[in-house]
Write a protein that binds this ligand. Structure first.
Ligand SMILES: [Zn+2]
Ligand SMILES: [Zn+2]
Length: 394
């Protein structure tokens, strides 16, 4: 048993700090023609059995030809192949990807890329060092010019999410997509270096619960002064996603919102929820919760505030209701679902000198921050931790 665990530890790529991930980029786009250009480092292009050294700034045209990928540059047609792969040689290699059909803005990416035809399109799968990917995700989710300790806290959440969702696209042959469906990933950001430095300061660390199981790494923009219990927003009650008071975010712009809704629309919604609207008075509609409410109760009918939020597309599920003659005025607090880390509060804590671990412990009750090899592997399906496509870089 001990030997089995030992070999497992050293065979699972995610457990090593040099792990690469495969991310399908422009995953929402039916790519058929792409320009790809090495901009930094040194690239080899692998076409079937042959390997060709690319020049810096060489422009390659990648297009679909049936089930194959056709590669050309301005001087030469290289032919059509099942798979075309660019492999960085220096460890600090960057290339530019520019979709032509359909047209999309160009993006920079780190490390390697492989192209092949599947799902009636060209797939572009970026095979990238895990920590570089985490840095790009942290920037996409947090924005530039924030505090290093906030970036570190966000990096722990992004890494924990990556760890627990690494098999999300297993059946499609890659680890994660670049959309919100997984984590927003827009390639190598301009502000890459200082965020990457923060990410490397907490390299390989993730957040686990008391049983060493990776947590559900929830976060949101602003909690309005009190975070939500997980079961009040989703179904599952998790011991580390408890409602806490958070005075650090309440002066941020996202802490408050206002919305006016015609009374007729409000009553239509209430009727749908089973309220006898014929009996309604203005007094029945008014609602002034003292803290983050779970229900808006009208004439004895409990309506989950998350249901109200979803129906009217409100910024949050925490609001007061003041009824007027022809409209109701909602005065709301926070932005987002309210579960887990409040980004505005985390930023304020970082500005006050709190370190990333204090920030994580403020928002997640009773968790631990550990190196990936300490994770309880009972919770992980070992085969899900492989990097895909398997054979490209070996
Ligand atoms: Zn996805
Ligand atoms: Zn907050």
């Amino acid at each position: 048993m001990r030997l089995a665990l030992f070999s497992l530890l050293f065979s699972l790529p995610f457990l090593s700090n040099s792990q690469k991930l495969s991310i399908s980029v422009f995953n929402d786009t039916n790519l058929s023609t792409i320009l790809v250009t090495p901009t930094k480092g040194n690239y080899n292009m692998v076409l079937g059995d042959s390997t060709i050294a690319l020049k810096s700034l060489q422009i390659l045209y990648i297009s679909r030809q049936g089930d194959l990928v056709l590669v050309r540059d301005e001087n030469r047609n290289y032919g059509s192949f099942k798979r075309v792969t660019l492999i960085g040689q220096t460890g600090e290699d960057v290339f530019r990807l520019k979709p032509i059909i359909p047209a999309k803005p160009a993006r920079l990416y780190d490390d390697n890329i492989t192209f092949y035809v599947e799902f009636n399109r060209i797939m572009a799968v970026n095979i990238i060092d895990r920590e570089k990917y985490i840095a790009a995700v942290v920037l996409a989710e947090t924005g530039p010019n924030k505090e290093p300790e906030l970036y570190k806290a966000q990096a722990l959440l992004a890494r924990t999410f990556t760890f627990t969702h690494i098999d999300k696209h297993q059946s499609e042959g890659f680890n994660l997509c670049d959309q919100e469906h997984c984590q927003a990933y827009k390639g190598r950001p301009e502000a890459f270096q200082y965020i990457y430095d923060a990410v490397l300061d907490v390299k390989g660390l993730i957040v686990v619960d008391s049983a060493l199981k990776p947590i559900s790494a929830a976060f949101h923009a602003n909690c309005g002064g009190q975070t939500a219990n997980s079961e009040d927003v989703w179904i599952q009650a998790l011991p580390y996603l408890r409602s806490i008071n958070d005075r650090f975010c309440t002066s941020a712009p996202n802490a408050r919102w206002e919305r006016t809704i015609p009374l007729t629309e409000w009553e239509k919604f209430l009727a749908q929820q089973g309220v006898d609207t014929a009996r309604l008075t203005r007094y029945n509609l008014n609602f002034y919760p003292k803290e983050r409410p779970k229900y808006y109760t009208v004439l004895g009918v409990n309506i989950a505030t998350t249901t109200v939020r979803k129906y009217f597309k409100l910024r949050s599920a925490w609001f007061t209701v003041s009824a007027g003659k022809s409209e109701v005025r909602l005065s709301g607090r926070g932005y987002g679902h309210g579960v887990g880390m409040c980004q505005d509060g985390a930023l304020a804590l970082a500005q006050r000198g709190f370190t990333y671990d204090k920030i994580i412990h403020h928002y997640f009750t009773g968790v631990q921050i550990v190196d990936i090899p300490r994770v309880n592997l009972d919770f992980i399906k070992p085969d899900s931790l492989e990097v895909k496509p398997f054979n490209v870089l070996q």
